[in-house]
Structure formats: structure tokens, C-alpha cells
Ligand binder design. Structure first.
Ligand code: PAD
Ligand code: ZN
Length: 394
């Protein structure tokens, strides 16, 4: 797709790069997939992308993955303002920077971060924290200064979780972008911006899976498969995958599951089935679906005393959970994590380097690659259960 860029000339190298003084780039007109309202398809529109203000970065997107969290916005399960540009799992090239930006420069290959790392707030300063105060998990839909950089047909268009990657160009705060190795393949490492890191981190960082343990993963989508990869790399000896869709089992076994079951195959509660299968020895469970009933199932399925259960699936907005406190009284640990508990700006470049060193394989997660303009088809593949990750390329 062609972009019309005003006020400055372009250089085509790895991407489109503004060579002038920080803060002096012009408005970019480009194509974006706009969601005008919930429960509506994406509409490819021409939008205006304002230049980056102080401490902001404008990025040309090269590739972006489709994640269930984007679909939660379409379905109204996650709070958002409309119109909005969603998408949060991408690789891009820095096109221009605002004043005061020091950690990236035009031409750098980067991953936008839906979980920022300002390196100043309590969560960023605590070695165990990662939920930066600048995170937009409540759906404000604006950058740090309280405004948006997108307009379409004269109307402001909202941002999504500090990223908005279903567009040829986006603007993010400097705290929401990490420079990565220049040689990284964009259509693969985009998954490190969300799905892979969320799942892998949930196992190694939040769950702290121990060697020799038994792990159970509820939900075998892109994030669940990444949990399996994390459990395997942490040395788990048994990894049981659970999904209603048995078509997901083969891939789960390929990435490290030792067996897979469907809750539909037994009339007994899944916690009993798992207890019988393992001799009552499930060390870790991970809920990677985003449903209240499976969050309780996962909690009840880990060992009543030394088990740990991690909520990874995004909870539906404004829903409450009722559970028997005896589940916790006996000693279980119940945790959750955003972005796998990882510190985004520190850990994303390291994961890219580990990927390049072949420590893990992202190809297993990518089932489809489509041109950006076929975004609606990408979501149909997700909703029909056919895809793990579809990557859109520009
Ligand atoms: P996905 O939809 O590709 O995978 C979910 C899987 O769960 C599918 O294979 C379904 O068949 C299966 N499933 C659905 N219902 C059930 C059920 N009742 N019992 C068993 N299996 C079932 O999604 P994904 O892998 O992209 O994302 C999974 C969740 O993780 C989703 O809620 C998403 O919003 C969340 C997420 N959280 C974070 C985070 O930072 N915590 C980041 C990214 C995604
Ligand atoms: Zn995601």
C-alpha cells in the first residue's frame, strides 16, 4: 500500500525514515483498519497520523499478529472507546521521533509494547513487578499526554493499549517501544510483542515452573502453546494440554505437550480427571482461555497444597467470580500476570536475541500469513478455530 507523506522526503531502506530534527516530522496519510463500533468488521480507511510529540515515537509497521485480545474489543468483552485502531503484536521501523527521545532513533527495528515500562513507577522499580503505571488496561485509548495522534474523516480515532498496530503507521510513547536486533525477521518476532512472551513468561517468570513437575494448560491457542513452550524449557516432565477443539492437539504435542484431553470426554469434573491421571500431583495449571468457569477449574486442578494456578486469559470486563475459599485455605497459590510478568523494554530485546539463537521456534505458532488488507479474513480464521496466529504483512 502506498502512503502519502507531507512536508518531508522519504528514504526507503528498511523502512520509511524521517531524517530531520526530532519533533519536526509532518502528518502522514496512510491506510489503517478502523473499528467504528463493536461487533462490526474492520474498515480499511485513509487516516492521518500526527507527528510524534515530546517523548513519542512514530513507527512504520512491518508485520502484526492477530491476538484474541483484539477480538475481545470487537466482541465488546474488553472496554474500549470507538472509533479505535486495535492491534498490539507487531514489528516496525522507527520513522521519526519527538523531542527528548533517547532510547530509539529513526531506522531502528522495534517492537511496540502494549505493556509499557517507564522505569520510574513502583511496579517498574520493583524486581517482581511489571504492571507499569502507564499501562492502558482500562481502555483510556490515548497517549500519555491524554490525546490521540489518529484522525479519520475529521474525527479523532482512539489508540489501543499504547500500541495500535493495525495501521501502516502508529505513534507510541517512548516507554512503549523496544529496539530489537536489526536482523530479526519482522513477520516472526512480532509474536514476541504479545502472544509468545505472555505465555512463555507465564510459565518461566510468573509460575516459576520447576524441573520435573507436572503442568496443565487450559486453552491451546497461540498463548497456550507458548505456555507449553515455557513449561518445557523450564524442565517440566509432564505437560497436559486441554481444549474443547481437538484439532489443536497435534500442534500442542509438537511444541511440547506430553498428552492432550478434552473436558467433553468425561462426565467427571476436569479436576478429578487430572487428579486421577497424575496421581494427584499437578504442580502448575494455567488458564489461557479467558473464561470464569475455566479459571476456577484450573485453580481446583492444581495440587490442593503445593499447587500454583496462573490466570493468563484476559478476564471478561465487569464480571465477578465466586469460589470456595477452601480452595486457597489448603495452600494453593493463585496468581495472574499481564505479559507473562515480563519487564517489556528489558525482556523483549533479550527474547528476540534468544529467538535468533534458536532457543525457541516461533514458526510453530504462525499458521497463516495474509496481506494487511485481508484483516477481516484473519479474524474469521481465528473465530472458526482454524488459525493459531495469523500474521498480517504490509
Ligand atoms: P485463542 O482463542 O487462540 O485460544 C483459546 C483456546 O481456548 C482455543 O483453542 C479454544 O478452542 C479454547 N477454549 C475455548 N473455550 C474453552 C473451554 N471452555 N475449555 C477448553 N478450551 C476452551 O486465544 P489466544 O491464545 O490468543 O489467547 C488466550 C487468552 O489469553 C485470551 O483470553 C487473550 O485475551 C488472553 C491474553 N492475555 C494476555 C495477558 O497479558 N494476560 C496477553 C495476550 C492474550
Ligand atoms: Zn495479545
Amino acid at each position: 500500500m502506498k502512503c502519502l507523506i507531507t512536508r518531508h522526503t522519504l528514504r526507503e531502506t528498511l523502512g520509511t525514515v524521517f531524517q530531520g530534527t526530532p519533533g519536526e516530522a509532518g502528518v502522514i496519510k496512510c491506510k489503517a483498519a478502523v473499528l467504528w463500533d463493536q461487533k462490526k468488521p474492520f474498515s480499511i480507511e485513509e487516516i492521518e497520523v500526527a507527528p510524534p510529540k515530546t517523548k513519542e515515537v512514530r513507527i512504520k509497521i512491518l508485520a502484526t499478529g492477530i491476538c484474541r485480545t483484539d477480538d475481545h474489543v470487537i466482541k465488546g468483552k474488553m472496554v474500549s472507546k470507538f472509533p479505535v485502531i486495535v492491534g498490539h503484536e507487531a514489528t516496525g521501523i522507527v520513522e521519526s521521533i519527538g523531542e527528548g527521545v533517547t532510547t530509539v532513533k529513526p531506522g531502528d527495528k522495534v517492537i511496540p509494547l502494549f505493556l509499557p515500562q517507564c522505569r520510574e513507577c513502583n511496579a517498574c522499580c520493583n524486581p517482581d513487578g511489571n504492571l507499569c503505571i502507564r499501562s492502558d488496561i482500562t481502555g483510556r485509548g490515548v497517549l500519555a499526554d491524554g490525546t490521540t495522534r489518529f484522525t479519520c474523516k475529521g474525527k479523532p480515532v482512539y489508540h489501543f493499549m499504547n500500541t495500535s498496530t493495525f495501521t501502516e503507521y502508529t505513534v507510541v510513547d517512548e516507554s512503549s517501544v523496544a529496539k530489537i536486533d536489526d536482523t530479526a525477521p519482522p513477520e516472526k518476532v512480532c509474536l514476541i510483542g504479545c502472544g509468545f512472551s505472555t505465555g512463555y513468561g507465564a510459565a518461566v517468570k510468573t509460575g516459576k515452573v520447576k524441573p520435573g513437575s507436572t503442568c496443565v494448560v487450559f486453552g491451546l491457542g497461540g498463548v497456550g502453546l507458548s505456555v507449553i513452550m515455557g513449561c518445557k524449557s523450564a524442565g517440566a516432565s509432564r505437560i497436559i494440554g486441554i481444549d474443547l477443539n481437538k484439532d489443536k492437539f497435534e500442534k500442542a504435542m509438537t511444541v511440547g505437550a506430553t498428552e492432550c484431553i478434552s473436558p467433553k470426554d468425561s462426565t467427571k469434573p476436569i479436576s478429578e480427571v487430572l487428579s486421577e491421571m497424575t496421581g494427584n500431583n499437578v504442580g502448575y495449571t494455567f488458564e489461557v482461555i479467558g473464561r470464569l468457569d475455566t479459571m476456577i477449574d484450573a485453580l481446583a486442578s492444581c495440587h490442593m497444597n503445593y499447587g500454583t494456578s496462573v490466570v493468563v486469559g484476559a478476564p471478561p470486563s465487569a464480571k465477578m467470580l465466586t469460589y470456595d475459599p477452601m480452595l486457597l485455605f489448603t495452600g494453593r497459590t493463585w496468581k495472574g500476570c499481564v505479559f507473562g510478568g515480563l519487564k517489556s523494554r528489558d525482556d523483549v530485546p533479550k527474547l528476540v536475541t534468544e529467538f535468533l539463537a534458536k532457543k525457541f521456534d516461533l514458526d510453530q505458532l504462525i499458521t497463516h500469513v495474509l496481506p494487511f488488507k485481508q484483516i477481516n479474513e484473519g479474524f474469521e480464521l481465528l473465530n472458526s478455530g482454524q488459525s493459531i496466529r495469523t500474521v498480517l504483512t504490509f
